[in-house]
Design a binder for this molecule. Structure first.
Ligand code: GLN
Ligand code: ZN
Length: 763
C-alpha cells in the first residue's frame, strides 16, 4: 500500500479568514481569544479537509510565519523582546511587525513597540519569513507547547498526525548572525533542543516527524554538508521516525549526502527533480521510505495523472510499502479551493486544481496504485479529458504567436546605435538640465480613484464616466508635477490597481481568479494572474492615457509599462512550455506597446522590471541561463525604438553586485533603482563595474512617511556622484508613490527638486 501525506496546507483560508482575523485584532476590533478561536477553526477545517490522507501535517499553521513560530519553539527570541510578560502570541507579533494589537491588554503600554524583525523571501517563492536572529551567545530552550496543543487538537478530530518542523540545518541557514559570528557553531547547542522536542513527540505516541530541510537543494559548502551529518547522526538516536523533506529543486551534488543520512524517510520534489527519482530509489538503504512529490505545490494546473502513473506504478512495484506520495512542497504556495471560483471561465477552470483539488488528485493516484487504475477509472478519465482539452485548445495555442517566437533573432533586441550616439540625439531633443528630476510612475491612489474604480467595476459608473474620472486624476498629477518643476513627467497610473494585473487583463492568454490568494507575508496575500495561453495584445493598452497626459503639458511625458520578466515572475505560469518561451511571448506583446507609444510621439518610455532579480534560480550555476533569456526578453521589448526615444527601466532594489553585467546588458538608456535607505552604499556595485548608461539612484524612501530634507538629498546625490559621473545621474524617488498621500509627496518632491537645483550649481 502506498502512503499519502501532505507537507503543509495554506493557512490563510479559502476566503482569507485568517487575514481578516489578524487585521481586526491588530486594529483592536477583536480580542486575542477571538483571534485564537479563528485560528483553531481554520486548523480544524483544514485537518478535516485533509482527513482522507494517511498523514496530515500539524505545526504548519502559523498566525504570522512558520519560521517565526520555530524560533519561539526553540526559545530563540531576539534580546529586545525577552522582557515581554504578556501572551506569547503578542510577543510573536512584536517580533514580526514591531507591535501587536493597540490595546493595553497586549502590553502596548508597559512593553512598548520594538524594531520589527527582518523579513526575506522563502527560497525562490514569493512567501516572506521572519529571519531568525543569532549571535555568538545565542542559547536555545525548548517550548513545545504550541506543537503539543495542536497535536491534541488534530487527534481529537481523528486524523493521523505528522508534526512538521523546520530542520536544524535549514533553521540555522535561514537566520542571520548579527555579530557576523559563525552560525554553524550554534549547532551543538541547538541539537539537544530538537532531541528534547522529539522525546516529547515520542511520549505522545507520534510515529513520524517531518523535518523540512530545503537547503539540500541549494549549493552547500563542506561545512554545511558536514552539519547535516552531525545533526542527523545525533537525532537518529531518538526513538521516532524522521522524514527528511527536500523541495523546490533537484538535490544534484547533495544527492549522495541526502541518501546517506540516517533518517527513516526522504521526500524529494519529483516536479523539479523527476530525473533524480530512480537514482534516489536505487541509493536509499533498504528500510528507508521514499516520498515523492508528484503534485506541483507551486502552481494551479491539474496534474496529468495517467502520465504520473506511467512512472509511478513501476516505482511502486519495486518499493512497495516504502513508497509515499505527496505534493512536491507545502501547499502554502497555492490558493485553497477552486470551487470558490464563480466567475472563472468554465473551460479554463476545468484545467485547474487548487490545494484541495490537488489533494484529491493524490487520493486518486493512491487508489490507482493500491487497487489498480480501474478502481478510479472515472476520475482518471475525467482528468485525461481535462488534460487533453487544455493540450489542444485553440485558446492556449495561437499559431501566429508561435510563428513570431520562431522568428525572433538577435537583431530584434538591438538598438540602432550604441548608447553614446543615442544619448546625444536624446539630449538634443529632450533638452534636460543636469541632474534631471523625475518620478517612478505612480502618484497617490486616493479614495476618489479607488471609489471610481469600484463603481466602474460594479456598473455604477459607465465607461465615459470612468474615463473622465481618470483624466481628472491625470490632469491633477500633471499640474502638481509642473508646479513642482519636475523635468520628466508621468501620468500617475491612476487607472492601474496593480502593475501586472493591469496588463494581464488586456492581454489574450491571461485569466483571473476571484479567490486565488496566496500568502506573501503575515496577513498580506497576492492574487497572481493565471497565464494560460499564448500571449498576444489585441490592442494598445496604455497609449490613450499617455497621449491624454502629454496633451496636458509641454514637458516630456514618460510612457509607463511593466516589463515581460516582471509580468512573468508575478504570475502563475504555464507548465506546458519553458518559462523562457512565455517570457518571450510577453516580450513581443509589450514590444508592440512600446512601438505604439513611440508612434504616438512619446519620447521617453519606462519599462519596469521590478521583479527581475527575484526570478534568479536557487542555484548559482543556473543563474546565467535565466539571466540570458530574461535580459534578452527585456531587450526584445525595449530595443525596437529609434535612437531618439529614451528607454528607462526601474528596479525595486539595488543589490546588483552579482548581476550588474546583465543589468548593463539590458542597455536601457536610464535605470532608476532603490538606494535611499542604504545611504547609497548599495552603489558599491558601481565601483568595480563601469556602468555605461544613466542612473537614477533613489533619494526618497517611499516606504516611510518621513519627508527627506533638501540637504539630505543633496548629500545622497553627492555620494552617488563619487561613483557615477554626475552628467549621467538622475534625481528621483526609490519607487512609485501610490502608497503615499499627496500631503507627503508634495513636500518631499519639493525638496527633491530644490536639491537638484543646488546640485546643478555645483557642476
Ligand atoms: N511604475 C510603478 C509605480 O510607480 C513601479 C512600481 C514598482 O517598481 N514596484 O508604481
Ligand atoms: Zn520599485
Amino acid at each position: 500500500m502506498v502512503t499519502t501525506h501532505n507537507l503543509g496546507f495554506p493557512r490563510i483560508g479559502a476566503k482569507r479568514e485568517l487575514k481578516f482575523a489578524l487585521e481586526n485584532y491588530w486594529k483592536n476590533e477583536s480580542t486575542r481569544d477571538e483571534l485564537k478561536a479563528a485560528g483553531a477553526q481554520l486548523r480544524e477545517r483544514h485537518w478535516k479537509d485533509q482527513a482522507h490522507l494517511d498523514f496530515v501535517p500539524v505545526g504548519d499553521f502559523a498566525f504570522y510565519d512558520q519560521v517565526l513560530d520555530m524560533s519561539f519553539t526553540l526559545g530563540n527570541l531576539p534580546e529586545r523582546v525577552r522582557g515581554f510578560h504578556g501572551d506569547a502570541l503578542d510577543n510573536a507579533f512584536r517580533v514580526a511587525r514591531g507591535r501587536s494589537a493597540q490595546n493595553d491588554d497586549a502590553h502596548g503600554a508597559c512593553c512598548g513597540g520594538v524594531t520589527a524583525g527582518e523579513m526575506t523571501k522563502w527560497f525562490d517563492t514569493n512567501y516572506h519569513y521572519i529571519v531568525p536572529e543569532f549571535d555568538a551567545n545565542t542559547q536555545f530552550s525548548l517550548d513545545p507547547s504550541r506543537l503539543l496543543e495542536q497535536i491534541n487538537e488534530a487527534r481529537a478530530l481523528g486524523v493521523n498526525v505528522k508534526p512538521v518542523i523546520i530542520g536544524p540545518v535549514t533553521y540555522l541557514w535561514l537566520g542571520k548572525a548579527k555579530d557576523d559570528s559563525d552560525k554553524l557553531a550554534l549547532l551543538p547547542r541547538l541539537l539537544p533542543v530538537y532531541a528534547a522536542l522529539l522525546d516529547y513527540f515520542t511520549a505522545q505516541g507520534i510515529d513520524w516527524v517531518q523535518f523540512d530541510e530545503p537547503v539540500l537543494v541549494t549549493e552547500l559548502d563542506a561545512k554545511w554538508r558536514d552539519a547535516f551529518v552531525t545533526a542527523y547522526d545525533a537525532l537518529s538516536a531518538r526513538r521516532i521516525k524522521l522524514l527528511l523533506a527536500t523541495y523546490f529543486g533537484p538535490l544534484q551534488d547533495n544527492l549522495e549526502l541526502a541518501c546517506k543520512l540516517p533518517v527513516d524517510g526522504l521526500h524529494i520534489d519529483a516536479i523539479n527533480a523527476r530525473d533524480e527519482v530512480a537514482q534516489v530509489a536505487a541509493k536509499l538503504p533498504d528500510a528507508v521510505v521514499l516520498s515523492v512529490g508528484v503534485i506541483n505545490g507551486r502552481n494551479i494546473w491539474k496534474t496529468d495523472l495517467n502520465a504520473v502513473l506511467e512512472w509511478l506504478e513501476p516505482l511502486h512495484g519495486s518499493l512497495g510499502d516504502r513508497l509515499w506520495i505527496a505534493p512536491s512542497c507545502s501547499l502554502l504556495h497555492t490558493p485553497v479551493d477552486l470551487n470558490s471560483e464563480q466567475k472563472l471561465d468554465a473551460e479554463i477552470k476545468s484545467w485547474l486544481a487548487f490545494a484541495l483539488q490537488k489533494l484529491d488528485e493524490l487520493t486518486v493516484l493512491a487508489g490507482a496504485l493500491n487497487n489498480g487504475r480501474e478502481s478510479v477509472a472515472d476520475a482518471l478519465d475525467a482528468n485525461a479529458a481535462a488534460i487533453e482539452s487544455r493540450r489542444v485548445s485553440p485558446r492556449v495555442h495561437n499559431p501566429a504567436v508561435k510563428a513570431a517566437i520562431a522568428r525572433i533573432d538577435a537583431a530584434l533586441g538591438k538598438r540602432v546605435s550604441a548608447y553614446p550616439q543615442r544619448a546625444e540625439k536624446q539630449s538634443a531633443i529632450l533638452n534636460l538640465p543636469a541632474f534631471p528630476t523625475t518620478t517612478i510612475g505612480s502618484f497617490p491612489q486616493t479614495g476618489d480613484i479607488r471609489h471610481a474604480r469600484s463603481q466602474y467595476k460594479a456598473g455604477g459608473l459607465d465607461q465615459a464616466g470612468y474615463k473622465a474620472a481618470m483624466e481628472r486624476e491625470i490632469t491633477r498629477a500633471v499640474k502638481e508635477q509642473e508646479a513642482l518643476g519636475l523635468d520628466v513627467l508621468v501620468h500617475g497610473e491612476a487607472e492601474r490597481n496593480d502593475m501586472v494585473e493591469y496588463f494581464g487583463e488586456q492581454l489574450d492568454g491571461y485569466a483571473f481568479s476571484q479567490f486565488g490568494w496566496v500568502q506573501s507575508y503575515g496577513s498580506r496575500c497576492v492574487k497572481p494572474p493565471i497565464l494560460f495561453g499564448d500571449i498576444s495584445r489585441p490592442k494598445a493598452m496604455t497609449v490613450e492615457w499617455i497621449r491624454y497626459a502629454q496633451s496636458q503639458t509641454t514637458k516630456p511625458m514618460k510612457g509607463m509599462l511593466t516589463g515581460p520578466v516582471t509580468i512573468l515572475n508575478w504570475s502563475f505560469v504555464r507548465d506546458d512550455q519553458p518559462r523562457s518561451v512565455s517570457c518571450h511571448q510577453l516580450a513581443l506583446a509589450i514590444r508592440e506597446e512600446v512601438l505604439d507609444l513611440e508612434k504616438a510621439g512619446v519620447r521617453v518610455i519606462q519599462i519596469d522590471e521590478a521583479a527581475l532579480r527575484e526570478g534568479l534560480p536557487l542555484r548559482r550555476s543556473q543563474w546565467s541561463e535565466y539571466l540570458q533569456w530574461a535580459v534578452e526578453s527585456f531587450r526584445i521589448t525595449a530595443n525596437g525604438v529609434q535612437d531618439e526615444t529614451q528607454i528607462h527601466t526601474h528596479m525595486c532594489y539595488s543589490e546588483f553586485n552579482d548581476i550588474i553585467a546583465s543589468i548593463a546588458d539590458m542597455d536601457a538608456d536610464v535605470i532608476t533603482i532603490e538606494t535611499s535607505r542604504s545611504d547609497m552604499e548599495l552603489l558599491d556595485a558601481f565601483d568595480d563595474f563601469d556602468y555605461p548608461n544613466q542612473i537614477g539612484p533613489g533619494v526618497y524612501d517611499i516606504h516611510s512617511p518621513n519627508i527627506p530634507s533638501q540637504d539630505h538629498i543633496v548629500n545622497l546625490m553627492k555620494k552617488a556622484a563619487g561613483r557615477i559621473p554626475p552628467e549621467r545621474l538622475w534625481v528621483n524617488p526609490d519607487c512609485g508613490l501610490k502608497t503615499r498621500a499627496w500631503e507627503e509627496v508634495i513636500p518631499a518632491l519639493k525638496n527633491m527638486v530644490a536639491a537638484a537645483q543646488t546640485l546643478r550649481q555645483s557642476v
